[in-house]
Structures are given as structure tokens and as C-alpha cells.
Design a protein around this ligand. Structure first.
Ligand SMILES: *Cc1c(COP(=O)(O)O)cnc(C)c1O
Length: 390
């Protein structure tokens, strides 16, 4: 059995590799605490589950769903944009339902990339952008997003011959893994660059509702010209603790939305309608659960940052996302530090180089485990790592 070149070239999914290390430590009897994966530990709010249960009983929902999403779901996404961002979207033409945004992120590459084309991908970044590009036979050009630039890419350093061959650009704010944020001025620059070189912007807004301390992210689609050049991916996964439900959307430019819908209608069959009905309840129902979620993450963020700063780090409090992105101490690489922390403290952190070359020298901590476990992880690190130099 000879695998195709496209799959041979795929790296093992970052977390699959980390899982192996966890298994090995567990086999030795270590009570491993994983700060690795970003998957909310708290349950989906009750009113959303209740809606799913009701709708699951309706036989009309047992059949193939529509490919691009139920009208009522696409309308709910449009209403959310109107309420939250004052953005008007035509639910029929400018919104498509996704089986989680990861699915859409991987598939949009198929709509626009031929072998030999280029896609601009942030480094460090969510691994799916790069993998989606690879599967089409196109190439990723990695745009460094560096701490000294506020984790934003610098479009001026992209060589013009690369920009001319580029057809897609992925952006992601609030950012995984760095916690970086973007403002309207940055999006305006991105849109001007995209217009100049005829590049489609795919903005991944999975952490749009996870923000702290008075900061509140804007939508890419709020910015003048965004709808001419791009789309935004949204997801219920992190906002409503619904990672297992698989429901998200893409919204924005009608031509891109139509193309993505066309690919999807040929290879998948939509989202279980009961899940779409529950997603409508999530988006349009009571939002206190979201405020409460933000409060929980804010407390955890404070605990982790204060704990790390006591150990010698000098971190500012991030304004968004469920991640902390510190530098490794002096004389460590991302991998050697992650190995030390697992060996000494039985704690899993994600080495930053797993998100791209520019992630080297960093590690990622996820705030998605019970506060007490998080506290214990920090305590173990404090007691076992000794004096660290920075
Ligand atoms: C979690 C995450 C997603 C998406 O999730 P789905 O569950 O597929 O909707 C997308 N982008 C980033 C950067 C994420 O961290």
C-alpha cells in the first residue's frame, strides 16, 4: 500500500505527538497534568443541551441536512453579526454553515489554490492552515508574527514576487497560540495589501468572544473593504464549550462563501439539524454563560501569570484567548524545556516550535482545565524546576 505524496508529506498532528509522551509518562505511574490542548473543560450550557435533546426527537431532523446550513442557522449567524458588530450579512449568500471551523479552514484552500500557488500563513500559527495548503499541492509562505511587532505580520517584508503568486492569506486574531490581538488599523493594512495583490483573506475568529479587562475584539468584517477581499471563520466551540458538537460558520464575501459551499456540497452532507437548532439557541439565547466563561478564564489567566512571574518570568496579562505564551528560560529550546517540565513536574506544556519556526523559544499553556488542577500544575513547577534564568 503506497500512500499518496500529499499524505506522506503531512506532519503528525502536533497533539498526537504530545499524546505519545503523555502515555509514556503515565505508564511510569506519573499523574500527568496536561496544559497542552485547548479544549474547554466546562460543560456546554444547559439551555443549549436541552434544545438539542428536544430537536433530536423530531424525525424531520433525522434526514440529510442542507449542505450549506439551515436557513434559520444562517439567519442566526447574521443576527449575531448584526447585534455584536453592527455588520449586515445576507444569510443566504454571505453565510455558510461549517462542521466546525477547522473543516472550512482546510477546505477553503481547495477552492483557490492550484499546485505551485502560494498561501500566506502566520508563523507561529494554528497547524491546519499549513496542512490545508499542503494538501492542495500549493506552498505556504510563512509570515513571522513576532512579539516585537505585537504578534502581527509585517506585510512590507513579503517579497513582491511572493505576494504576486499568493492567492490566499490566513490571519487569526485573537491569536492562537500567542494571545495577540488586532485592531482596525491592522485589518485596514491587510485589506489594502490583499487588494493590491488580489489575495483572499481568511480570518479565523475562533476566540472572538474570549476577552478580558475591558478589551473587546472587533470583527474583521467590520472594517471597510473586508467584504470585498475575504471571509471570517467563526465557531461555537470555544464560546459555548461546544468543541465536540462540530458547528461553526464562514461569513463574508459572497463569491468565496459560494465556492466553499460548492466544495462542501460535493464532499460532506451538512451538520445534524438538531445541532444547528441548538447552535441557534446558543447564538440568540441568553449570553450570561459567556460572561461567566470569560470570568473563569480571567481568574485562571491571573493565577497562571502571577504564578509564572513568581518563578521569574515577566509576563503581561494577555487580553484575549485561552492561552499563555511565555518564552522559555535561558539556555533551553522549546522542546528541551517541555521535556524538563514533563520529567520534573509531570506537567505537559506545548513546545512553541510545533506552531512554526518562529514559535521556537516559546511554549503554550492552555487555561482549559479545572482551576485547582491548574494551580497544582503551577505549584509542581515552582517546587521542581529550581532557579530559572531569563
Ligand atoms: C479551536 C480553533 C479553531 C476551531 O475550531 P472548530 O472546533 O473546528 O470550530 C479554529 N481556529 C483556531 C485558531 C482554533 O484554536
Amino acid at each position: 500500500m503506497e500512500e499518496a505524496e500529499r499524505i506522506k508529506a503531512l506532519p503528525p498532528y502536533l497533539f498526537a505527538r504530545i499524546d505519545e509522551k503523555i502515555e509514556a509518562a503515565k505508564a511510569k505511574g506519573v499523574d500527568v497534568i496536561s496544559l497542552g490542548i485547548g479544549d474547554p473543560d466546562r460543560p456546554t450550557p444547559e439551555h443549549i443541551i436541552k434544545k438539542l435533546a428536544e430537536e433530536a426527537h423530531n424525525p424531520a431532523n433525522h434526514r440529510y441536512p442542507s449542505y450549506v446550513g439551515m436557513p434559520v442557522y444562517r439567519q442566526a449567524v447574521s443576527t449575531y453579526y448584526q447585534r455584536r458588530f453592527n455588520v449586515e450579512l445576507d444569510p443566504k449568500k454571505e453565510v455558510v454553515a461549517l462542521i466546525g471551523s477547522k473543516e472550512g479552514i482546510a477546505h477553503v484552500t481547495w477552492c483557490y489554490l492550484n499546485p505551485g500557488d502560494i498561501a500566506l500563513v502566520p508563523d507561529p500559527g494554528y497547524p491546519v492552515y499549513n496542512v490545508g495548503v499542503m494538501l492542495t499541492g500549493a506552498e505556504s509562505y510563512r509570515m513571522p508574527i513576532l512579539e516585537e511587532n505585537g504578534f502581527l505580520p509585517d506585510f512590507d517584508i513579503i517579497p513582491p514576487d511572493v505576494a504576486k503568486r499568493a492567492k490566499l492569506m490566513f490571519l487569526n486574531y485573537p491569536n492562537n497560540p500567542t494571545g495577540g490581538i488586532a485592531d482596525a488599523a491592522f485589518y485596514t493594512k491587510a485589506i489594502a495589501f490583499a487588494k493590491k495583490y488580489d489575495i483572499i483573506i481568511c480570518h479565523d475568529a475562533a476566540y472572538q468572544e474570549i476577552y478580558f479587562d475591558g478589551y473587546k475584539p472587533i470583527s474583521f468584517l467590520e472594517v471597510e473593504g473586508a467584504g470585498d477581499v475575504g471571509i471570517e471563520f467563526g465557531s461555537l466551540s470555544k464560546t459555548y464549550n461546544m468543541t465536540g458538537w462540530r458547528v461553526g460558520w464562514a461569513a463574508g464575501n459572497a463569491r468565496v462563501i459560494e465556492a466553499l459551499g460548492r466544495i462542501k456540497s460535493n464532499i460532506d452532507s451538512g451538520i445534524f439539524q438538531a445541532v444547528q437548532a441548538a447552535a441557534v439557541e446558543a447564538l440568540l439565547g441568553p449570553q450570561e454563560c459567556v460572561a461567566e466563561m470569560r470570568q473563569v478564564y480571567r481568574e485562571r489567566r491571573d493565577m497562571v501569570i502571577d504564578g509564572l512571574n513568581e518563578m521569574g518570568w515577566n509576563l503581561n496579562k494577555s487580553l484575549a484567548t485561552i492561552y499563555i505564551w511565555p518564552r522559555v528560560p535561558k539556555s533551553f529550546t522549546s522542546s528541551s524545556f517541555a521535556e524538563l517540565v514533563l520529567e520534573k513536574a509531570g506537567v505537559v506544556i506545548t513546545p512553541g516550535n510545533g506552531y512554526g519556526e518562529c514559535g521556537e523559544g516559546y511554549f503554550r499553556i492552555s487555561l482549559t482545565l479545572p482551576t485547582e488542577r491548574l494551580r497544582e500544575a503551577l505549584e509542581r513547577m515552582r517546587l521542581s524546576l529550581g532557579t530559572l534564568e531569563f
